[in-house]
Design a binder for this molecule. Sequence first.
Ligand code: MSP
Length: 535
Amino acid sequence: MTPSPAKTQKFSITTPLYYVNDLPHIGSAYTTIAADVVARFHRLVGHRVLMITGTDEHGQKILRTAQERDVPPQQHCDQVAAGFERLWQQLNIAYDRFSRTTAERHHAIVNQFFQRVWDQGDIYKGQQQGWYCVSCEEFKEERDLLPNKHCPIHTNKPVEWRDEQNYFFRLSKYQESLEKLYAEQPDFIQPETRRNEVLSFVKRGLQDFSISRVNLDWGFPVPTDPEHTLYVWFDALLGYVTALQDPSETPDLDAAIAQWWPINIHLIGKDILRFHAVYWPAMLMSAGLPTPGRVFGHGFLTKDGQKMGKSLGNTLDPVELTEKYGADAVRYYFLREIEFGKDGDFSETRFINVLNADLANDLGNLLNRTAKMAARYCKGRVPDVDASVISPDHKLKALGQPLADTVTVAYTNLNFSRACTSVLALVQASNKFLDEQAPWSLYKQGKQAETEQVLYAVLESVRLAAYLLSPVIPAISIDIYRQLGFDADFNDKSIGDRLPFSDHACWGYLPAGQPLGQTSPVFQRLELPQAMPTT
Ligand code: MSP
């Protein structure tokens, strides 16, 4: 059993700060759900956790969207940012800070950071020529463009030619330091495929990149030359730093860094890897700040093989999906079904089948059947069994005992699918065990002790499953725990103190004789949508 790490251990994680060019889509929800699960797992083991999310509100893309809607840009940002916050409530995302890049306090941090980089001599003025993708907010190499001069990610958008005076950041100066970082901290970029992509990009030789724009006033002015506006990415990455301070504190770079820096994990999609794994650490080095622990670039949710996105307009509405099926269903499906790091296609049929199989049948029915039997055969209490005397060879004990270790490794490696399937393996074995042991017939034969032994082992396995899955399906886990007689709230940020991992992650913790709560199904079976009539 993994010893519970010291309570004071700190852990911080970020999602990207999402562009507010449109309402959130399922891709943004995917990253945020994953980050929330990691944050919740760390809270469960007793760590002090800071989870940061937020919105990226400056730049040409946002300005154009606001203009198209004929709304002042700040008003547009306020409206869309509120939509993100609403979705996070709906999806039960327990973030600690919501960082908005148009916040006044963020401006103060950006200015202080710029000054440090400026004092280092790492910013100079030069001529920028090249193809710009407004949807990516990034200059593209000509050789990376599609033949019709469209961006390979935003295939419906032509890139725009730019030839202007910009301020540049001396990225090339950090070539060696970055290579050293990647060598000394091999898990800095994950997964391996993403790391290799970055290594080969850096090996080709780093070029300085422009950090300002002209003819764009939706952003912070360059402190040393207010005619220029800071490039949206320079400003956005610093949103992570601004979020480190409580909004009630006076914004100050040193004070922010003193609290939680460096961030343990930046969770991002693979399209923004270069910014996080190359530009960002170099900017931090220039400002004399430590680099983050890990940058994990996950895959895309795709529709017909193409990245789902606001710019392509082929997204799935997370609000609708969550209203229809509930937060736990959405959270569980994406993490269980798609190997984190790889791309994954969404299909509603698969969605319904997975949820019915795992949550309604395997987990939900198991609890329901067993709790009803315990109500009848054991006077509504947890069966009177001393778990410590159950043989280590007992099928469910043998599977349950090492489970917390397996799941800890899986969550730590962001292998959510493995975490879910390992827990489900115990649940499936419990169903089989119940059918084989047939406690209903043991009871009829008057074998009370045997009946109680069987029911205890199954109820305890369900409890352990609920505890270890609580980062993914917190509402269902609360329901299961309450039905088992615990006063539990997996949404409580002090969960690691209230239901300590050192107790609850062990198979055998369920207290004998504990009065059970009311039984009710924890997950309603979902109906497959009616097939479209064929003509
Ligand atoms: N604003 C920048 C991030 C700045 S962080 C300092 C940005 N925003 S975004 O809204 O366009 O994208 C945010 C994240 O959502 C990215 O990590 C991106 O990979 C992810 N996704 C956007 N579409 C996606 C899918 N279809 N599937 C999975 N994630 C994708 O980039």
